[in-house]
Design a protein around this ligand. Sequence first.
Ligand code: COA
Length: 432
Amino acid sequence: MDWRQIYQERLTTADEAVKHIKSGDRVVVTHATGESTLLSDALVRNAAAYKNVEIVHMVAMGKAEYCLPQYSENFRHNSLFIGGTTRQAVADGRGDFTPVFFSEIPDLFRTKLHPNVVLLNLSKPDEHGYCSFGVSVDYTKPVAEIADIVIAQINKNMPRTLGDSFIHVSKLDYIIEEDTPLIELQPPHIGDVERAIGENVASLVKDGDCLQLGIGAIPDAVLGFLKDKKDLGIHSEMFSDGVVDLVRAGVINNSKKNIHRGQSVATFLMGTRKLYDYVDNNPEVAMMPVDYVNDPRVICQNDNLVSINSCVQVDLMGQVVSDSVGLKQISGVGGQVDFVRGANMSKGGRTIMAMPSTAAKGTVSKVVAFIDEGAAVTTSRYDVNYVVTEYGIAELKGKTLRDRARALIEIAHPNFRAPLIEEFEKRFKTTY
Ligand code: COA
């Protein structure tokens, strides 16, 4: 049958489509900016029809109303990476967090968390009947291949990204044609602290490096300080508007990459319309599933892979906490460890943790003698090469415990150095 006929036959409305979800089902929502807010809204409107529907979502950038207390009988959220809209539900016990490396999420769905339903947000079909997953290929494409029911919004605002990023119309069970705006992430505010961190990180980046940029304000801010570099490449789970500026300025050209030469590789995108228009139908960008992009065995095939991520706390041994504040789960590991592993395996590769020296409006130090009780180490002390704050760069690789502690104290905020020095002298039985 011609795909156009299939398409017409499967057209329905969002409210009709979500009626096919049953109580007890596991529903997977597209990651981050790829979420179909049209379908999420319909799901929540239909809440009274469900009992205990499990909503599995990675970063929820929409309203995540399924997390609200009034829907606790209808939905239970299982987060693979907590964000601002889901944090409270997990903290209150109305939702759960499942620790998992981003690279392993597709396999988790294949082996442990079978998806009954997936809610997609896709580009218009091309002349062969293929729609693109656009800004979110990550776990979304692998899940769409195995879910019992595939519900898809077809949206002209979803860019047609290239790479391993397509699904045929015949694989969609229910189709809703509606052009809603995509979720956007505005560029971060760059203050003096971010500027100093950006400059410090940029000093560690060499011409020809291949970059991974993590989630959060700091990795994004770093991009603004790379304007004088040459021949940079991108192999990153995500990127944002800052990459577009550097491509247009000729700084990023991917010319030195060993794999995907000439292309920026990512698995999801977070930015504004400027980014979404840039990636539309653009062969300079390859979007692939996360079990490929974030596989350390793939990452390390590019030489000089530099991973730039952010964190919450670093202790004097160099243990990095990135996804919890004490017992409170604030985010997830995402691709941090995938890329730290890949960068360490890459010839000439380097791992950088960049963070402001303080948090909570300057009231707490991020360099600490001991990580908070209940916090979980995200990246081990064996894996971190550099820690960067606005006060400088601590190189940890190859340093003794004593020397790495000293290097970390040097980049702590001056207001918090005294207790760290006291702990240093007690621990190492030597003067600082
Ligand atoms: N003590 C107390 N609170 C702290 C803290 C600390 N040491 N460090 C951070 N926080 C709080 C902040 O105050 C903020 O709280 P608020 O939202 O109430 O203001 C919250 O934690 C988030 O911190 P912020 O610095 O605003 O986050 P960010 O958007 O820059 O992201 C991480 C930083 C660490 C949360 C983020 O990089 C992350 O989740 N990393 C792990 C995953 C990863 O790196 N993946 C790789 C690519 S996806």
